[in-house]
Design a protein around this ligand. Structure first.
Ligand code: AP5
Length: 218
């Protein structure tokens, strides 16, 4: 199963990726997670990326294509992968095509999570992330049992610096301008499948299971 999850920030791509990776035993590759890890480690890549991420702008294409291409070469991607948040521009989509050609692979399906702007804003401004294990919560939709504490590992929950309303609104503008053209790009290739990102987590997961069996991916 070689998937790309496409959709605006807050569509639930990361949340479904974590579940699907467990269900189908394929690695979840999030360029956002890789970049945040580099920021945390103080790596030179992270220093370069941070200024873009804090403003809700996209990190330059050459940097992100390089990261994804390296990750896709790893042995655990041989049986499939879930790309979450990559590609995000036409140049990145072309870079992905090249990288996959290089390893004799291709994309089975691009899942486009259609999501309303207000849903995305409410989800992102209410998101809380565990500092220790990275699990995502939402203060209303998916609250932890104890406020501010991760159910899974007891770590402290925090708000991502780019989840303030002003930055979220900019991320949505960036999405409209730079990422939305990918819908037509993948539609033309015949691999795009639209699903509603507005559904709740379990409902959406059920829809995805049906999509996979119809596409004979499972
Ligand atoms: P990234 O980390 O990829 O952020 P994003 O795409 O903006 O996606 P989000 O994580 O915000 O949303 P999501 O759709 O994954 O939703 P989630 O499941 O988390 O990128 C961050 C930054 O890194 C970018 O702005 C850019 O600077 C840089 N970057 C990354 N990739 C790049 C690239 N390819 N090129 C250039 N720059 C790049 O859910 C959100 C919230 O909603 C959570 O609280 C969750 O609990 C809740 N929720 C999820 N699903 C549901 C549901 N179905 N019902 C109710 N609540 C839900």
């Amino acid at each position: 199963m070689r998937l790309v999850l496409l959709g605006p920030p807050g569509a639930g791509k990361g949340t479904q990726s974590v579940i699907l990776a467990k269900q189908y035993k394929v690695p979840h590759i999030s360029t956002g997670d890789i970049l945040r890890e580099s920021v945390k480690n103080g790596a030179s890549l992270g220093l370069k990326a941070k200024s873009y991420m804090d403003k809700g702008e996209l990190v330059p294409d050459d940097v992100v294509i390089g990261i994804a291409a390296e990750r896709l070469k790893m042995a655990d991607c041989k049986g499939g992968f879930i790309l979450d948040g990559f590609p995000r521009t036409l140049k990145q989509a072309e870079g992905l095509d090249e990288a996959l050609k290089g390893i004799g692979s291709g994309i089975d399906l691009v899942l486009y999570f259609e999501t309303g702007e207000q849903v995305a804003i409410t989800r992102l401004t209410g998101r809380r992330v565990c500092r220790k294990c990275g699990f995502n919560y939402h203060i209303k939709n998916i609250p932890p049992k104890k406020e501010g504490i991760c159910d899974k590992c007891g770590g402290e929950l925090f708000q991502r610096p780019d989840d303030t309303e002003t930055t979220v609104r900019n991320r949505l503008v960036v999405y409209e301008q730079q990422t939305k053209p990918l819908i037509a790009y993948y539609e033309k290739k015949g691999v795009l499948k639209k699903v509603s990102g507005d559904l709740d987590v379990q409902e959406l997961n059920d829809v995805l299971s049906k999509v996979f069996s119809e596409a004979q991916l499972v």
